[in-house]
Write a protein that binds this ligand. Structure first.
Ligand code: PMP
Length: 441
């Protein structure tokens, strides 16, 4: 051991940020860096801060006493099964129930093609693990879900963003990007998309574009990873038809109970064409042997005995009220130069700041004014997003949302005054926000 690394290790044990192992990590670990949201979480969760940052479902709206009884009943009646190892693919009965849930989005699939995963986040990890060699290309919306970008980076994928607007991915941009990448000899492994109530933009791929995206990818031989945790949380009308409903061979569908029930169960799934499903099960077994039998059976019991469709309706109404509170407050209070999306479901609004403002630079001041958001740059891998921010409305009460927007609007107005006084690129330095904490996305 060198003197330098000895010193580094001592420093590490004394709480310093020097990492004594930095020259020993695998190359892929260099891509593992804390997301913008992670750095924010500890600050944003202080009670005096209105957090429009994290995407935490409002689990308080669940009948917690009923869930409690269900869990204790499960241990009493089926303890020896619930507390035992399970299969790598997941509980067969739960997989059947998952097929019933997916039918609400037009998907006709059998339980044999479903793999239960530790949230859809693990499904993302497993898919990336089985498809990506370092340098392979993943296409993703710009902006894209920060947790997926973290996974792609951990496997050394090269993410290429595809333009999106208020109707989701722009098909022309998708076709052109695929064409250019192929001409340059790049290996495109898949398109990762959140077509419905996207995280972070809140937009939904239109019906016409769904057809076009499917067609373009099918023609180009590009697999689609459809990540759809918010699909049943629409505020008007029936759920959108999933991409997977119209192409069983070219789409891997990822689902989750995190937003329709609770993320604490950590139950999600992948629905995949048969060959991919087999690889997923092997990857799952090497990762965790088997998912928790306990939480799978608890979710299964919940679906079998509780009015889960009604509960989803309750969530939808609650989130609709919060969405309205956020949009009304933005309309009433934000400076005229700001714009934002108008989500029809899900958790997020994507806001654009006036020319010359930088959301990351503004964040420390916003936190000092007791409001938090996520700066847009975390949702891009190419440096985009500086003038944007993600605002989530899922967790705070409507009155808190209004107060949060009041504070945010004040900060933005002050920043605009600075910009007008000192010109664009005034790069205000309000200090850093770098308190580490658990990641939430
Ligand atoms: N995909 C998207 C688009 C998400 O927003 C999230 C959670 N925020 C996930 C996947 C992961 O969710 P989970 O692992 O809890 O199912």
């Amino acid at each position: 051991m060198t003197q330098e690394s000895d010193h580094g290790r001592m420093a590490a044990t004394q709480g310093s940020r020097i990492d004594a192992y930095v020259d020993r990590y695998a190359a892929r670990a260099t891509g593992m860096v804390a997301s913008e949201i992670r750095a924010l979480f500890a600050v944003a969760s202080r009670p005096e801060v209105v957090s429009l940052a994290g995407g935490m479902p409002y689990v308080t709206a669940l009948p917690l006493d009923v869930v409690g009884e269900l869990v204790s009943d499960l241990v009493a009646r089926r303890g020896p099964v619930a507390l035992q190892y399970g299969s790598g693919q997941g509980d067969p009965h739960l997989r059947e129930q998952i097929c019933e849930v997916m039918r609400l989005e037009g998907i006709d699939a059998g339980p044999d093609d479903v793999v239960v995963t530790v949230g859809s986040q693990q499904a993302l990890d497993l898919i990336t693990r089985i498809f990506i060699d370092p340098g392979d290309v993943v296409l993703a919306e710009g902006p894209s879900y920060v947790g997926a970008l973290g996974t792609f980076s951990a496997y050394q994928a090269k993410v290429v963003h595809v333009a999106m607007d208020n109707e989701g991915i722009v098909p022309e941009s998708l076709a052109q990007t695929i064409y250019a990448l192929k001409a340059a000899g790049s290996r495109i492994k898949f398109l990762y998309t959140v077509p419905t109530f996207q995280n972070p933009a809140g937009v939904t791929l239109s019906v016409a574009r769904r057809r076009q995206v499917l067609e373009i990818c099918q023609r180009a031989g590009v697999l689609i990873i459809e990540d759809n945790p918010y699909g049943l949380l629409g505020f008007d009308g029936e759920p959108m038809r999933a991409l997977r409903a119209d192409n069983a061979d070219g789409v891997v569908y990822l689902g989750s109970f995190s937003k329709t029930l609770a993320p604490g169960f950590r139950v999600g799934w992948a629905l995949a064409p048969h060959a991919i499903r087999e690889k997923l099960v092997l990857a799952m077994e090497s990762a965790v042997l088997s998912h928790s039998s306990f939480t799978q059976l608890a979710v299964g019991q919940y679906l079998a005995t509780q009015p889960w469709r009604e509960q989803i309706k309750t969530f939808r109404e609650l989130y609709r009220e919060r969405r309205d509170a956020l949009l009304d407050a933005l309309e009433a209070l934000m400076p005229a130069e700001c714009t934002w999306t108008r989500p029809k479901g899900g958790f997020f609004v994507w806001a654009s700041l006036p020319e010359g403002l930088d959301s990351k630079a503004i964040l420390p001041r916003a936190v000092a004014e007791r409001v938090a958001f996520v700066p847009g740059t975390g949702f891009f891998t190419d440096g985009g997003g500086a003038r944007h921010m993600r605002l989530s409305y899922c967790y705070p009460e409507p009155e808190r949302i209004r107060e949060g927007v009041r504070r945010l609007a004040r900060v933005i107005e002050q920043e605009m005054q600075l910009r007008d006084t000192f010109g664009t690129g005034y790069a205000p330095d309000h200090g850093g926000v770098d308190t580490p904490g658990p990641d939430i996305a």
